[in-house]
Design a protein around this ligand. Structure first.
Ligand SMILES: C=C1C[C@]23C[C@@]1(O)CC[C@H]2[C@@]12CCC[C@@](C)(C(=O)O1)[C@H]2[C@@H]3C(=O)O
Ligand SMILES: O=C(O)CCC(=O)C(=O)O
Ligand SMILES: [Fe+2]
Length: 376
């Protein structure tokens, strides 16, 4: 499996010249993009102003791991400016964008998604990651002219912080938990409960001459507690829905709704809720005529805070299904293990523990019968 640092720079340069391509090169040609049946069931749309919002959110987190929100208060003209500035960034000449290229192993700046390292084919997309302030990265792109871009990002972040808190509290309320039980969920001035660092990922999926053979962003779950996604007006986000024993999971397109935002449940909420909330597998596909952009805001806990299954949510016979991790620890696991990260911190259930003990007792007894006392 190639790692990003193994790829020669020239490969990176070619990777981003999408505009000049009249066909999908072999480096970007995926064998099967439509690998699951498609469903026409619809991801829930929830009005945050509705009195029943917490219950509906809880239901959506359990059944879908995702929902769309309206009534969130983020001004439409801010979303328009955010989209315009994102398009402006990706329209820059490749050489200019590469001045802000993410360094190998780095987090911020221009580049391809980390998970690209797990695939032999490249994605039909470009990304730009901002952690905290956008100024340093933006100055590399526009040395004298980054104010409008930074203004849009900072204003958007200032709306996302309270919206993130509000969503977190609604998710917790749906589980019967109060603010006091999870005090880090609400940032305070107290330095032990620092606000989570905002992480924003800008994505661009250029129009593609052969969209059935290209992949915008391959299937993944997000590592965050949840991700708030602005997807403009161009379709492309798909969720894997209904992992049912009797029915194959289906890809469901999340239709862009004017002014709505998508919320994807991430792995940390899956862990926190001991698997009651599902982190949603999702991907982005591309189309022939329109460049699609999206802006993902990853909402996570303060860096030092250990996320573990909440005891109150476990039944009397039930233990934690996952070990505790901080967000930075989990991000490192995700980089290393991709879609095995969650499984790597799974703890055996009591039944599994028992059958493992039984198995090891049987093996030990068989060893003793054949060879005398076991060495281990
Ligand atoms: C906080 C983060 C989440 C993310 C890794 C990152 O440091 C910034 C980029 C994020 C992203 C976006 C595309 C999909 C994803 C799996 C990836 O490769 O980079 C996510 C990462 C994640 O959720 O782990
Ligand atoms: O572009 C999209 O719709 C999805 C983006 C995404 O999943 C991500 O940035 O993690
Ligand atoms: Fe994602």
């Amino acid at each position: 499996m190639p790692s990003l640092s193994d790829q020669p720079l020239i490969h990176h340069l070619q990777q981003f010249e999408f505009k000049t391509l009249t066909e999908v090169p072999d480096s970007h040609a995926w064998p099967v993009v439509n690998d699951h049946p498609h469903g026409d069931d619809a991801v829930p749309v929830i009005d945050l102003a509705c009195p029943d919002a917490a219950r509906l959110i809880g239901q959506a987190c359990e059944e879908w791991g995702a929902f769309q929100i309206t009534g969130h208060g983020v001004p439409v003209d801010l979303l328009d400016r955010l989209e315009a500035q994102t398009r402006r960034l990706f329209s820059l000449p490749t050489g200019q964008k590469l001045k802000a290229a993410r360094s190998p192993g780095g987090v911020t700046g221009y580049g391809i998604a980390n998970i690209s390292a797990f695939f032999s084919k490249l994605f039909w997309s470009e990304g730009f990651t901002i952690v905290g302030s956008p100024h340093d990265e933006a100055r590399k792109l526009w040395p004298d002219d980054s104010a409008e871009f930074c203004g849009a990002i900072e204003e958007y972040t200032s709306w996302m912080k309270p919206l993130g808190c509000r969503l977190m509290l609604l998710m917790l309320a749906s589980l019967g938990l109060s603010e006091g039980e999870i005090d880090w969920a609400v940032p305070s001035n107290d330095t032990t409960h620092e606000a989570p660092a905002p992480v924003i990922q800008l994505n661009s999926y250029p129009a593609c001459p052969d969209p059935d053979r290209a992949m915008g962003l391959a299937e993944h779950t997000d590592s965050s507690l949840f991700t708030v996604l602005y997807q403009g007006s161009v379709r492309g986000l798909q969720l894997l829905h209904g992992n049912h024993p009797t029915r194959r999971a289906r890809w469901v397109t999340v239709p862009p709704l004017p002014g709505a935002l998508v919320v994807n449940v991430g792995d940390l909420s899956h862990i926190l809720s001991n698997g009651r909330f599902q982190s949603v597998t999702h991907r982005a596909i591309v189309n022939r005529t329109q460049t699609r952009i999206s802006v993902a805001y990853f909402y996570g806990p303060p860096a030092h805070f250990k996320i573990a299954p909440i005891e109150k949510l476990m039944g009397p016979q039930q233990g934690p299904a996952y070990r505790a991790v901080t967000w930075p620890e989990y991000l490192t696991l995700k980089r290393r293990l991709y879609n095995q990260a969650l499984a790597s911190i799974r703890l055996p259930t009591e039944g599994e523990e028992e059958s493992r003990t039984n198995t090891s007792e049987i093996i030990t007894a068989a060893y003793t019968r054949r060879h005398g006392e076991a060495k281990v």
